[in-house]
Design a protein around this ligand. Structure first.
Ligand SMILES: *Cc1c(COP(=O)(O)O)cnc(C)c1O
Length: 378
């Protein structure tokens, strides 16, 4: 008998489902022996990182015998001046993912509740389950719009956190400013709104907000930002949070001293100043997102308009087949079963070339399916 079976992990861990990441490029390449693989599964920057950031990292490589700055002082200064905030309203973390865990560790006792519009980013649930807290999901409405009334009526005396991901992963929909204000003005004082605007740079609608103005105005809001998406630094792991200083002080209590490595700090300081790279990346996104919309419409495939660098696409009962066929052709997208949406796939916006190849592959698969359906109906 294997005696380690008797060493019991905490009960609450039974609620945690392992995170299913997008398939890594190298894995698909190796498995299928393909020369070229296109990854449109994890909302990464298809243009790569800022060149200036690469240069800064290579210079700071000689310092990696030293521990990193535990307070990320220079980066905080840079962010604070860029976003018109004070440094004590900032915390820098090992990706926004770590920040979600830290927020959970700071605020959630066993039996506390978090409210999560659903479907959304799975890390919010993970953080709650880690601490034995309860997840109260509130379904998005038709067209994946946020249900503010639903959220408000889900609030109880045990509610600690409300997550709002805007633009929302995986739907690409967002919470307009006036609706966020409605929510903020109606909440009881014991609730913190965690406003995840990881994809804010890609939003193009006038009534979009990244949430920062509400922190500046003193609302009980914590804004999450990341260097993994528009800044193209996903592999280095760095993100940050913006909140009233009392909130930041509490979260700092559970932060490990050296959570953010030296190379990540160095890269982020430069990447946030490289406006040319950010501009090129968002321009590419707007242009290619439109090209993807047009191609999908041409194929009679339904999609949800997105304010982010990915598009949720409704394929129907053949979605899993389409996902697998794309994979065989070397195009990695995300299959919707992760979010309990088996009829959907989520496609990240790539370069124009990657997008063309995706569309070509999709065209072949979908016309093949239509032909097969036609044949079986005659
Ligand atoms: C990618 C993503 C993040 C950021 O993740 P990192 O840990 O910083 O890489 C945060 N929130 C959402 C919704 C995301 O999709």
């Amino acid at each position: 008998m294997n005696s380690t079976n008797l060493i019991r992990p905490r009960i609450t861990l039974e609620n945690i489902k392992p995170y299913k990441p997008g398939k890594p490029l190298w894995e698909v390449q190796k498995e299928l022996e393909l020369d070229e693989v296109i990854k449109l599964a994890s909302n990464e920057n298809p243009l790569g990182p800022s060149r200036m950031a690469i240069q800064a990292v290579s210079i700071s490589l000689t310092d990696i015998n030293r521990y990193p700055d535990s307070h990320a002082v220079e980066l905080k200064k840079t962010i604070a001046s860029k976003l018109v905030l004070s440094e004590d309203q900032l915390i820098v973390t090992n990706g926004a993912d770590e920040l979600i865990t830290l927020i959970s560790e700071t605020y959630l006792d066993s039996g506390d509740e978090i409210i999560v519009p659903s479907p959304s980013f799975s890390e919010y649930d993970f953080g709650a389950h880690l601490l034995g807290a309860t997840v109260v999901p509130v379904k998005l409405r038709e067209n994946f719009e946020f249900d503010i009334e639903g959220i408000l009526s889900a609030v109880s005396s045990r509610t600690k956190l409300i997550y709002v991901c805007s633009p929302n992963n995986p739907t690409g929909t967002y919470l307009p400013k006036d609706r966020l204000e409605e929510l903020l003005n109606s909440l009881p004082k014991h609730v913190l709104v965690v406003f995840d605007s990881a994809y804010s740079h890609f939003a193009t609608e006038e009534d979009y907000t990244d949430g920062l103005e509400y922190v500046r105005a003193g609302f009980p809001v914590m804004v999450l930002q990341t260097f993994s998406k528009v800044y193209g630094l996903a592999g280095l792991r760095i993100g940050f949070g913006v909140a009233p200083k009392e909130v930041i002080q509490s979260i700092l209590k559970v932060k490990e001293p050296f959570n953010v490595n030296t190379l990540a700090q160095t890269a982020a300081i430069v990447a946030i100043k490289d406006e040319e790279h950010v501009h090129r990346s968002t321009e590419n996104n707007t242009v290619v997102r439109k090209q993807l919309y047009d191609a999908l419409s041409g194929l009679d495939i339904h999609y949800t308009e997105s304010m982010a660098n990915f598009v949720l696409v409704k394929i129907g009962p053949d979605a899993k087949f389409v996902y697998e066929q794309l994979l065989l052709k070397g195009v990695i997208v995300r299959y919707g079963d992760t979010w309990g949406m088996p009829d959907y796939i989520r496609i990240s916006i790539g370069t124009e070339k990657e997008n063309r190849e995706l569309i070509e592959a999709l065209y072949t698969i979908v016309t093949g399916l239509k032909l097969a359906n036609f044949r079986s109906n005659v």
